[in-house]
Design a binder for this molecule. Sequence first.
Ligand SMILES: [Zn+2]
Length: 265
Amino acid sequence: MKQGYLKRVCAMALTACLMLMATVAFPAPVRAENARNVPVLTYHKVVSKKRKKKHPEARMTLSVGQFARQMRWLREKHYTAITCDELYRWHEGELTLPKRSVLITFDDGYASTIERIIPVLEKYDLKATVFVIGATTYYGEHSKYISTRRIRELRKSCPRLEFQSHTWNLHKKKRKARSYARYAADAKKQMDAYGFEYVAYPFGFVTRKMVRAYRDNGIRMGFLFGDMFSGFATRNQSRYAIRRLEVPGTMTMDEFKKMLESPGR
Ligand SMILES: [Zn+2]
């Protein structure tokens, strides 16, 4: 009798132990909803209200108020702004992202635009990526492009802003295919100067040779641009052909909301 009772107690204790171990070893799956696609917003210039009024139709230009309203809406809708690295890890299946994630990007690296967006990003607790044309960062302090000194400063003082590549010196309006060696040298320069790992192709123009040369020299992901390549980033896209959504200066707030909340997301 006594032995049987002991056995039962032992068995119960053992079961409890095993159950506890199982919970520790195999925690219940986290029910975070993984994003199926991610909007990668593309901006160029953010200017003063006065300047925008002078050129209301300028496609590449938003007023600071326009930009701030969009950022406020993203915050109100609980969007999480992510980095290129987070998008890359999600794309590779290494990271789960909240359903409402967004990557906010700026092409060209205009100095005044960068100074204007920082307070807005701070106010709404968002992050952004600036794709700079490497060679232009050496034009000096009075250039319209951000300087290498300012990039160094901001990398220390403003972690919500990250700098990545818009190529070293291939930002030419005239689309021209180059040799593998030329692309490789271009990628290597930006890697040596800034350690860039992500590239936004200038004017969305890219060739197979460029992808190979960039990939061989440490670039992990490439972003497209233009009407033909407009869309959300998905895991089915090639790492070197990630789609983006342009936010033109002529876009109304309603159009902005519609673009982000399109059905099927
Ligand atoms: Zn550009």
